[in-house]
Design a protein around this ligand. Structure first.
Ligand code: C2E
Ligand code: MG
Ligand code: MG
Ligand code: MG
Length: 290
């Protein structure tokens, strides 16, 4: 910034920068408190088998219930958590809570469904992440096939060689692996074949333009075809309309997630949804207000 002002300008006071550093430190302090006082919670968004309409999984999405502000979305605090090293303890809490909750639902006799947890780039770089996942599975008693980890394409491609090893370690635990926001990064196809992943998750930016942009329709179709030819499952995120769902169905996309079916919701709304979908096969879309 100072550079932009010209070489002879020496800036020793920048109120703008000052505020943002101050705000960041303040946020960091409040996040530390949030971790200590248990102010985080998880919302869950159902993932649905497109053919049968059954809920087959749900994505755990972290929220911060800040006593001063109310419910804060992850986009407002994950980046600072990443920069300040708080992402470690936060991710560990998310993972443990998601596994614990899922096991508790199964113990209540609800139809089992997998839970997907987002792993940040920082977290994925920790060499002992597989160990942590294993110990949390043991501790909570959740069977590994009911846990899936979502890693973004850019997280994986940041260090693709190392990612192959890390993914293999995680996969060996028996958990599922999905590439999140697929299509927004640039995976080489040769790597894609070497990554032991189970599922591609088509980024919402493509899905939301189905019906509006023929380029995005082409990309969506291509990702589905790619998944089929590599024998991967494929889920579309951000499905909001019946037209989008029809488009995906026609191209044999396996699963979908989005407001059209259900928004992310508090944990206590999930049992009724699972129960309903499990017992009479009713599509929850018919039972949930959009
Ligand atoms: P993501 O993993 O791609 O999650 C999907 C996001 O899209 C969620 O936003 C979800 O609420 C939103 N979404 C789902 N369906 C629709 C739809 O039909 N329309 C629209 N407009 N949006 C939809 P959310 O919960 O705000 O999360 C944003 C991002 O924050 C996530 O993107 C993920 O990258 C990150 N995140 C969330 N929870 C965690 C976490 O526990 N750990 C880490 N490391 N990152 C997380
Ligand atoms: Mg995700
Ligand atoms: Mg996503
Ligand atoms: Mg996304």
């Amino acid at each position: 910034r100072a550079k932009d002002m010209g070489r002879n300008t020496f800036q020793f006071y920048q109120p703008e920068m000052n505020t943002s550093v101050g705000a960041r430190l303040n946020l960091e302090r409040r996040l530390r408190r949030a971790l200590r006082d248990g102010e985080f919670l998880l919302h869950y968004q159902p993932q649905v088998d497109i053919k049968t309409g059954q809920i087959v999984g749900m994505e755990a999405l972290v929220r911060w219930l800040d006593p001063e502000v109310g419910l804060v979305p992850p986009s407002a605090f994950i980046p600072v958590a990443e920069e300040s090293g708080l992402i470690g303890p936060l991710s560990e809490w998310v993972l443990r809570e998601a596994c614990r909750q899922n096991k508790a639902w199964q113990d209540e006799g609800l139809p089992p469904a997998r839970v997907s947890v987002n792993l940040s780039a920082r977290q994925f770089q920790q060499r002992d992440i597989a160990k942590l996942v294993m110990s949390i599975l043991e501790e909570t008693g959740l069977e590994p096939q009911y846990l899936e980890l979502e890693l973004t394409e850019s997280t994986i491609m940041r260090n693709a060689e190392e990612a192959v090893t890390m993914l293999a370690e995680l996969h060996a635990l028996g958990i599922g692996l999905a590439i999140d926001d697929f299509g927004t990064g640039y995976s080489s196809l040769s790597y894609l074949k070497r990554f032991p992943v189970d599922r591609l998750k088509i980024d919402r930016s493509f899905v939301s333009d189905i019906g509006a942009s023929s380029d995005d329709e082409t990309i969506t179709s291509a990702i589905i075809a790619l998944a089929h030819s590599l024998q991967l499952q494929v889920i579309a995120e951000g499905v909001e309309t019946a037209a989008q769902l029809d488009f995906l169905k026609e191209r044999a996309c396996t699963e979908m997630q989005g407001y059209f079916f259900a928004r992310p919701m508090p944990h206590d709304a999930i049992p009724a949804l699972l129960q309903r979908a499990g017992t009479d096969g009713t599509r929850a879309a018919d039972t949930v207000a959009h």
